[in-house]
Design a protein around this ligand. Sequence first.
Ligand code: 5GP
Ligand code: ZN
Length: 144
Amino acid sequence: MADDCIFCQIVDGEIPARVVYEDADVLAFLDANPLAPGHTLVIPKAHHETLGDLPPESGEMTFAALHYLTPIVEDVVDADASTVAFNNGEAAGQEVPHVHGHIIPRFEGDGGTPIHAVAGGRPDLADDELDDLADDIADAAGET
Ligand code: 5GP
Ligand code: ZN
């Protein structure tokens, strides 16, 4: 628990939230400033800032909860689809420094954008640069 973290305070019950799901490792609650009806945040209970900081087991449990809850949230608000995403780090727009996945229900004609719109302009990468990047990431990942 990080004393100054809003989401840790929600986990501890010090700040109220509209909790929709809880298990030993994960908590899910409605976003206080929703982008759509049903906008839900899914967090590991343990305080970690980014996905890279998260221990594997905690990441697995967080993804399992996202996987479980996404179709449920869609059904409850009768959504046509959903955007499921993490703002992973401050430069990506993360405002609360405690890992959280967003489930944002989407509706035909809702005026929103696809996730392709989040990163500014597309870089102009040549084929050999793409090949090198793929090799570098595959080497770093260790298994292909
Ligand atoms: P981020 O930009 O960090 O990915 O998103 C943080 C999200 O947390 C925002 O969508 C914001 O509305 C939500 N949020 C911030 N403070 C609170 C809070 O105290 N309670 C709840 N339920 N949501 C919050
Ligand atoms: Zn926290």
